[in-house]
Design a protein around this ligand. Structure first.
Ligand code: ATP
Length: 370
């Protein structure tokens, strides 16, 4: 995935395309590429440019402990994606870190997390509501999701279904819970919303894990199906921050499908997580590029090493970077490991940690409060 750029290669510049400026894309030796950063020499000095390939589909993993630069690196990847032609970049943003892009001078749109109820299959409806499809209430919800496309329609179908009162009440209560999440909408996100070419930021900040997972599941499925069904000529890239929150819920299967089978239809996925040990090992083994920031937990290092024994030898832990923004990039395409300093963002990063000293102090208040 990594492409070595020229020493001192030009920074991407902007093309004036009217209202919002699309940054000029970068061409690597084999097609479009995005600037990731620069080689870092052992003495810490900056070496040649390192680009990432955007021409072919990829499965990527960005790992690192809290504050090590994962979200920042996702932002760097997103900037490269929105500058490239022929790509449909989508970020699922659980921390609101990409919200500032709405006001940036780039073609990015922050959208509400609303999806159609039938974007989840019957099995996923049972999963997201915590129901066993083998039991009565689960079977009822399964049938309702098979028969109706909207949440209201599912409720009406259940109300009229021949079922025991207790079973019906249990199913209706869970559908009411799903309605309270406010993420299911017949006019929810469509393929044209997601694959228009702008960077689409699906803002799931503030949602609980289950509704956020339902939205991610619907988005991942829509991108995959859109390519399989020939609904878009663009190659989708799905970037998921805080991915460990989603890998054992309703989004687990669609994410696994992108990791294992996304390449053929041309859908790329990049997962960022501070806890690689909580990812299924397929998520690590299927990734063709690993960007590892600072990691100190032995369990996390071991999880990476166990799933990638070919490149990550016993020396792996000692080669991991210690400074924010530095990374070890493991590239399957070239079967190589690179020490990289991730470049600075061109757009505002929204994921920084707040500091106590950022808060207005009592002495600076002017509203009479204390
Ligand atoms: N490549 C970089 N260049 C410059 N500053 C960086 C870089 N990477 C990270 N930083 C700085 O480090 C801070 C923390 O980075 P970031 O928010 O990406 O961490 P994180 O690993 O996503 O943390 P968390 O797990 O808590 O979400 C950023 O706000 C930014 O100021």
């Amino acid at each position: 995935m990594v492409v070595i750029g020229r020493e001192g290669a030009d920074e991407a510049s902007h093309l004036d395309t009217g209202e919002r400026r699309k940054p000029r894309g970068r061409e690597g030796a084999n097609g479009p590429a995005g600037r990731l950063g620069y080689y870092r020499a052992r003495d810490g000095s900056r070496g040649a440019a390192v680009d990432f390939d955007l021409d072919c589909p990829h499965a990527g993993l960005v790992v690192g402990k809290r504050g090590s630069g994962k979200t920042y690196t996702l932002g760097v990847l997103a900037e490269g994606l929105l500058a490239a032609d022929g790509i449909a970049p989508v970020v699922v943003d659980p921390m609101g870190a990409f919200a500032p892009l709405a006001d940036a001078d780039v073609p990015a749109t922050v959208v509400d997390p609303r999806v159609c109820a039938d974007a989840l299959g019957p099995r996923q409806w049972c999963t997201v509501l915590g129901l066993d499809p083998e039991r009565a209430a689960g079977a009822l919800v399964w049938r309702a999701a098979s028969e109706r496309a909207t949440l209201d329609g599912m409720g009406e179908w259940i109300a009229a279904a021949p079922a025991a009162d207790a079973t019906r009440r249990a199913a209706e209560n869970l559908l009411s819970l799903a309605a309270s999440w406010d993420v299911f909408d017949p006019d929810g996100l469509s393929v044209s919303d997601l694959c228009g070419g702008d960077l689409t930021v699906v803002d799931v900040a503030g949602l609980d894990t289950r509704p956020a997972g339902a939205v991610l599941s619907a988005v991942a499925t829509a991108l995959y199906d859109a390519r399989v069904g020939g609904e878009t000529a663009r190659l989708p890239w799905l970037l998921v921050d805080e991915a460990h929150a989603f890998t054992d819920g309703v989004a687990a299967r669609p994410l696994r499908r992108l990791l294992t089978r996304g390449r053929q239809p041309g859908v790329s996925v990049v997962l960022a997580t501070q806890r690689p040990s909580s990812l299924p090992s397929t998520a690590i083994s299927q990734a063709d590029v690993l960007i590892a920031h600072r990691l100190t937990s032995a369990a996390d290092v071991d999880a990476l090493r166990a799933a990638r024994p070919t490149y990550l030898d016993g020396d792996f832990a000692s080669r991991l970077p210690t400074d924010t923004g530095e990374a070890l990039v493991v590239d399957d395409a070239t079967e190589s490991v690179h020490r990289v300093t991730v470049r600075e963002r061109e757009t505002t990063h929204g994921g920084g940690s707040p500091r106590a000293s950022d808060r207005p102090s009592a002495t600076t208040r002017t509203d009479g409060g204390i």
